[in-house]
Design a protein around this ligand. Structure first.
Ligand code: DX5
Ligand code: ZN
Length: 232
């Protein structure tokens, strides 16, 4: 097995074995002390971090880019799940591979013919996936589901943390689960909290991205314990 095949299998098992997993979205964390935030999340039992990259163009908000991914890679062995909310994913995806991403998801709305990029990302040993906003017809994503390692069903329009959960995501998760089964990891992102997390898992979600429901709490361990309990 080649080094990249090894890396791919390791990443795949890492994400699969963690499922169902709570993935903290670092959009709302305390960036003045990123290392302390990461240590607290590690102590709270987190296995995968979700990194929201926004370009102020594909979405009306700006967040961070490769340097933050690189910095995180240096200080932690946690898996890094990069969610690209950018207009030109093909232009930057390899830089996120270099920065240390273990999974990269980009939006079908940003790239209507994503097959080549999905394959290019996977060829580096990194899991590749497509994300879709609630307002986008699933017909645009379906033909490419077979080329994905993961599919990110957005439960809010991409762009901001702290929005309310859109239940249309549940129908989409169920549909994907029934058509692609367990071969592709299903991720849900936006408005996931103590009240909505159980229905997401029941609908088939493997990876549950949580921002405000975690980072607006003083104690991440307690918040994680509550979310884990609500998931059951
Ligand atoms: C939205 C981002 C999410 C979001 C999650 O564009 O992709 O990851 O920040 O935050 P909450 O859980 O607050 O919706
Ligand atoms: Zn996200």
């Amino acid at each position: 097995m080649s080094a990249t095949e090894n890396k791919f299998q390791r990443n795949r098992s890492l994400f699969q074995n963690a499922s169902p997993a709570i993935l903290p979205s670092l959009l709302l964390c305390d960036f003045s002390n990123l290392e302390r935030e990461v240590r607290q999340l590690e102590e709270a039992g987190v296995e995968v971090l979700h990194l929201d990259v926004m370009d102020g163009h594909f979405v009306p908000n700006l967040s961070y880019g490769m340097p933050i991914v690189e910095s995180l890679r240096r200080i932690t062995d946690l898996a890094l799940d990069v969610h690209l909310m950018i207009s030109e994913p093909a232009k930057y995806a390899m830089q996120f591979v270099q920065a240390g991403a273990d999974a990269i998801t980009f939006h079908i709305e940003a790239m209507p013919a994503p097959q080549t990029l999905l394959e290019e990302i996977r060829a580096t040993g990194v899991l590749s996936g497509l994300a879709i906003n609630p307002s986008t017809d699933m017909a645009r994503l379906r033909p490419f589901a077979e080329y994905c390692d993961m599919i990110l069903i957005m439960s809010v329009e991409a762009g901001f943390g702290g929005q309310s959960f859109n239940p249309t995501a549940l129908e989409r998760l169920k549909e994907m689960k029934s058509t692609i089964g367990d071969r592709v990891l299903l991720e849900v992102d936006g408005g996931v909290n103590d009240a909505t997390i159980h229905s997401c898992v029941s609908a088939g979600a493997d990876l549950l991205v949580v921002g405000s429901a975690l980072f607006r709490q003083a104690d991440y361990c307690q918040a994680m314990t509550r979310l884990q309990a609500a998931m059951q």
